[in-house]
Design a protein around this ligand. Sequence first.
Ligand code: FE2
Length: 328
Amino acid sequence: MLRRYHPGMDRGTPTAGARQDPGRGDGSATIVAGRPMPAFGRIGVEPISGACGCEITGVDLTRPIAPETLAEIMLAFEHFLVIVFRRQALTPDQHRDFSRRFGELTELPQAPTYDGHRDMQEVRREAHETKNVVPSFEHFHTDSAFLERPPLCVVMRALDAPRYGGDTAFSNAYLIYEDLSDGLKNLLDQLQVVYSGKDIWAKNQKLDPDKRLRLRESHNLTEQELENIHPAVRCHPRTGRKALYVNKAYFKHFVGWNPDESLALLEYVQSLAQRLHYHCRVKWRRDTLLVWDNRFLLHRGIHDFMGERRHLVRTTVIGERPVGPKRS
Ligand SMILES: [Fe+2]
């Protein structure tokens, strides 16, 4: 018997390699993030919502991490897609070291760097700034889908957080896909998307100076490297679990579809990400550290803070080239 059921189909296989959480002691499993919750023995894990996200306790990231503890952190990351640690006062080197547990770090062509660290980016809004001034979309998106190998994850820490507001919200793209009809799944399974970052700078230059985003001034990518074609449905490279991989950020069109057709389908699938039962939301405090999956989870900042400073620093871990469903 299941302890909690999330509306949707195709669920019930535990995260690969995981022992199952014993649930309430009556043999029932806790279903969270669409799958039975794994058991954790070395770290504390508290789900944030039924859809995604957990808070992890019992870990000090400034100290060496035992392999068994790291394995559980990775398991929590795979299952919940966004993991939250509180009170982690890391130096930039410690931040980078922990990030490398997830993979190789990458620079981003468009995001401003942090304090001379080429492989760290910052999201900063000063208290006197009333508008979003960094390339941080106010709709659900994944970062930098225009790259050949978009980021696997983002490791972000708050140096300064507003007293109220400025949360980051997440939407689980596995669950979005799994709730689609078979008809729409079959259509999307065959589709590819052109994502392009070629016009980020030109578009910004056309804005009034006070409305321009704070972009990185130079990068070493060619025009060609700023545009790529990716599958509309993305598969986890090991488990094969499928997720929707379509969102507005840098979207140009579906391959073989005209702009009107592309926009109509884009608007529909983008609207699905808004549904609250796919979400969790994280409140930042100073020294909160998040790792979120940038492949199977959408995110957005919420710019509802006025007169408050918000300063987040991040590293970005490079991902695999997106893998689509096998064509039959
Ligand atoms: Fe983003």
